[in-house]
Design a protein around this ligand. Structure first.
Ligand SMILES: [Zn+2]
Length: 83
């Protein structure tokens, strides 16, 4: 079950549980919570970024590709210098 992070919409009215945010396991099919289960004040789901790791990998991949292209250019440049 994925863990979701919830945080109080209004920390001043919230309980210590949701004030700093709390994690709750929920099924994907479950509705997201709008109220804190402890103090019943409004909460919102904190969007965690699972895409962060993905974009990092993508960036690395692109850098690798860019590096490959640069290397090719240098090789070509050196070849041309020999002439
Ligand atoms: Zn609360």
């Amino acid at each position: 079950m994925p863990l979701y992070v919830y945080e109080a919409t209004d920390p001043e009215k919230s309980c210590p549980k949701c004030k700093g945010g709390f994690e709750i396991p929920q099924k994907l099919s479950e509705e997201k919570l709008v109220k804190c289960p402890y103090c019943h004040n409004p909460i919102f789901r904190v969007i965690q970024a699972p895409g962060l790791g993905h974009s990092k990998t993508d960036l690395h991949y692109r850098a690798k590709r860019a590096g490959f292209h640069t290397l090719k250019k240098v090789e070509k440049g050196e070849y041309e210098k020999l002439y």
